[in-house]
Design a protein around this ligand. Structure first.
Ligand SMILES: Cc1ncc(COP(=O)(O)O)c(C=O)c1O
Ligand SMILES: N[C@@H](CCCC[NH3+])C(=O)O
Length: 494
């Protein structure tokens, strides 16, 4: 490859690759390599073969890698917590990527399943997941969703508000059932991540606040009155404390424990540690106030993965060991028995296992002004975009891309991979060095697209959603077919 220098337009973290054909093993799934003919291959199947068999854009899921990551969370947490609480229940967060086969993989690997809606619950049930190993989440569950969860006997309903707790108690009573409940609390932790995926600070929609709910007198009496009507917080007492008292008093509620989730794509250990400490302290206060030792504590998901070389994810063993040390220390200090711990990783299992294949179309290069002069930026348009991966638009998420259908010695040039939608923000990869000789028809691979891409996909501009292919033991199979034009018309009534 020719000598080259960094573009002043590139972000600091982006290195000019010494070998533009190399595949970073931290970012790509374990089954991805260069085939003998130079093509990127998933478990030995060349990219051009996958594209010919299934078309592009295509989401390729390395099933063996997915399963291995699921097992590694289960094993690492079991090992770290074995002597503390006998092991950990790992609830895979289905919101990151859930289709019926995936729910089966999860059950086969011995994990539980976290669902976030009636739809996700339906997929879990269709896959034959034992309802006792399913959890139901949601900040605004409908009565129908709660009823179904009760009727099928899910193992836990994670209650998000006082309003929901009241409704669930009534629904369970009507049905002559007892609802197994975890209360989702917001421990006031500010996680280091994008604002839209941080979920444990006070000023957002999720969970029961652990802070007392008094408003400053005279500031907004209407808000106070309104808040009281909506979910009944008692000034001077936190909604979390009220929920515990209410749940313990309700005969149709079995309060199993507490839950928190501080946010998503988080690398630092400190936020998780602080949340664990706050919830354990709260459990000790419940023991003090009510004489009850709750059985379970769910510490949520949110473990970050590598999308680019700038990201340094922690291995499940590191995450588990660090968390176990905190839990052990706090339990010792508070002289309490360690509750049964559970976690809810989604992205860290499904994300790295997925890879998107796109076909290159239009290329153009523009001159961009910069403090040091005017420099070229090449735009490379592909056949998908924000409809199959809206994460760059939603969260300014960075990805990387490599030429997948061949190798080349051409000079890497700063490129922006964009989609085919009518939005200038329709970016797939904001900055990547890609070979100068990219041609129409070349295949690009974008790694780490297994989480929150298919799940967030849309039909914007009436693009049809891509197919999803699973590769296991060197064999590919279609698990979601590509949408067709007929699918676009299927729900029209005239
Ligand atoms: C309650 C809850 N649990 C688990 C997850 C999974 O998060 P992640 O995919 O980042 O592990 C989420 C999503 O952020 C969530 O909201
Ligand atoms: N959709 C977000 C994560 C949200 C997690 C759900 N609580 C993302 O792609 O990063």
């Amino acid at each position: 490859m020719a000598a080259h220098t960094a573009s002043p337009l590139a972000p600091d973290w982006l290195q000019v690759p010494e070998d533009g054909n190399a595949l970073d093993p931290v970012i790509f799934s374990s089954g991805v390599s260069r085939h003998d003919d130079g093509q990127l291959a998933v478990q030995g199947i060349p990219a051009s073969q996958l594209a010919a068999d299934y078309g592009t854009p295509l989401l390729v899921v390395d099933e063996d890698d997915f399963r291995a990551r699921a097992r590694s969370f289960r094993d690492a947490f079991d090992a770290a917590f074995e002597d503390l609480c006998g092991g950990v229940d790992v609830y895979y967060a289905g919101k990151s990527f859930l289709v019926t086969p995936v729910a089966r993989w999860i059950a086969e690997e011995g994990l539980c399943l976290d669902t976030a809606s009636g739809g996700e619950l339906a997929v879990a049930l269709r896959a034959g997941v034992d309802p006792a190993r399913i959890g139901l989440h949601g900040n605004n569950k409908s009565d129908g969703e709660l009823r179904r969860a009760l009727e099928v006997g899910v193992g836990r309903i994670v209650v998000d508000s006082l309003d929901e707790l009241t409704r669930l108690a009534e629904l369970a009573q009507e049905a002559g059932l007892t609802a197994p409940v975890m209360l989702r609390l917001t421990p006031g932790v500010h996680a280091h991540t994008h604002e839209f995926i941080a979920t444990a600070h006070e000023d957002q929609k999720f969970g029961l606040s652990m802070a007392d709910s008094s408003f400053t007198e005279g500031q907004d009496p209407d808000l106070s009155a309104d808040a009281q009507r909506m979910d009944g917080p008692i000034p001077g007492k936190s909604p979390a404390a009220q929920a515990v008292a209410q749940a313990l008093a309700a005969p149709s509620i079995e309060l199993r424990g507490l839950h928190c989730h501080i946010g998503s794509q988080i690398f630092e250990a400190d936020g998780f540690a602080l949340a664990a400490e706050r919830l354990l302290t709260f459990l000790a206060a419940i023991r003090q106030d009510h004489g009850v030792e709750l059985e379970e504590l769910d510490l949520g998901g949110g473990h970050g993965i590598a999308y680019t070389s700038a990201d340094e994810p922690r291995a499940p063993e590191q995450i588990a060991t660090a968390l176990a040390a905190v839990v052990r220390a706090v339990c010792e200090r508070l002289q309490m028995r360690c509750p049964r711990i559970s976690i809810e990783p989604g992205r860290a299992i499904s994300g790295p296992a997925g890879l998107s294949l796109y076909t290159v179309g239009v290329r153009k290069t523009v001159a961009v002004d910069h403090a040091d002069g005017t420099f070229p930026r090449r735009y490379v348009a592909v056949d998908g975009g924000m409809s199959d991966n809206p994460r760059p638009v939603l969260y300014d998420a960075d990805y990387t891309a490599v030429l997948a259908s061949r190798t080349t010695e051409a000079t890497p040039v700063l490129s922006r991979v964009v989609g085919k939608h009518c939005e200038s923000g329709d970016i797939v990869v904001r900055d990547a060095y890609l070979p100068e000789d990219l041609q129409r028809g070349d295949l690009l691979a974008v790694p780490a697209t297994g989480a929150y891409c298919h799940a967030l996909s849309s039909n914007y501009n009436l693009l049809t959603r891509p197919a999803v292919v699973a590769v296991k033991d060197g064999v590919s199979r279609l698990i979601i077919r590509r949408e067709t034009e007929d699918d676009l018309f299927a729900r029209e009534t005239e």
